[in-house]
Write a protein that binds this ligand. Structure first.
Ligand SMILES: [Zn+2]
Length: 276
């Protein structure tokens, strides 16, 4: 799906809505209010409908998602493989996930990704720049960047959320009950650790300081796991309006043990073989 979608995007004259439609023969594009739905593809009437009442960035992602549906329906081999492997609700879920993968592949060109990684390294800054330049949401950029990162990195998008703690009353001077938390997170392949959405960021952590000062910060710090465990990491915190794009580069030891755990099923040769 990813290759098909990327190939489709490469052939398109551009990545705006009009250009993206060029590869689909006689499919019409309609923008209309659609209530709860983001969009739909009607293969019978060959129409892609996009909800016009959501923000433009989301409309663009939806368009790429619906184009992926159209590409999938045009790919008999992939379609029959899917129908052989899954059925019912699970099949629907797999198709939706595939179309999101396709959408990311359409909107984030491989060259741009490679360029961001070589210029900024696997950092919070690379995440912020990729999201801005590809004009996709931070979470779309997050998953794609993580998949393409070789180093042992955990990426996260952090933002302030209103804490809904019991007993908090409005206007009681408790600071408004706002809390900086992880909104979305994704780890590079082979990294066994991940940060759950909702994980709070301590006030003195570089991520909180970057948001407060609006200045990017890079330095030795830690991953603030929900359990309270603090794993040492090189943190790059890149503030972007009300959010912070973050990378946690784990020490080689942690990543080696992650790799060891993964490879144990395949080899009993020990850790020495994995170096080099
Ligand atoms: Zn869909």
């Amino acid at each position: 799906m990813r290759e098909r979608a990327a190939e489709y995007a490469r052939a398109a004259p551009g990545l705006d809505a009009h250009s993206l439609m060029a590869g689909l023969d006689e499919v019409k594009l309609l923008f209309m209010p659609m209530g709860e739905r983001d969009g739909a593809y009607d293969p019978e009437h060959r129409v892609i409908m996009i909800n016009s009442s959501v923000r433009p960035e989301r409309q663009r992602f939806t368009l790429a998602h619906e184009i992926s549906h159209a590409l999938l329906l045009g790919d008999d081999d992939l379609l029959s493989d899917l129908h052989d492997a899954f059925e019912g609700e699970r099949l629907e879920q797999v198709i939706e996930t595939l179309c999101n993968v396709g959408a990311a592949a359409i909107l984030i060109p491989a060259e741009l990704m490679a360029d961001m990684l070589s210029r900024f390294g696997p950092t919070g800054r690379a995440l912020g720049e990729l999201s801005r330049r590809a004009d996709v949401s931070a979470s779309t950029a997050l998953y794609t960047l993580a998949e393409n990162t070789d180093a042992p990195v955990i990426y996260a998008v952090c933002a302030v959320t209103r804490a809904e703690r019991e007993g908090d009353e409005p206007g009681n001077g408790s600071g408004g009950g706002k809390e900086l938390t992880v909104r979305a997170s994704s780890s590079a392949p082979g990294v066994k650790y991940s940060l759950r959405p909702g994980t709070p960021i301590p006030d003195d952590h570089p991520v909180a300081v970057a948001l407060e000062t609006r200045l990017p910060i890079t330095g030795d710090s830690y991953v603030p796991f929900r359990s309270g465990r603090r794993m040492p990491a090189l943190v790059d915190a890149f503030p972007d309006r009300y959010r912070v794009m973050v990378s946690f580069l784990l020490p080689e030891k942690a990543s080696e043990s992650a790799r060891d755990a993964q490879s144990q099923a395949q080899t009993s040769a020990g850790a020495g073989v994995l170096r080099g």
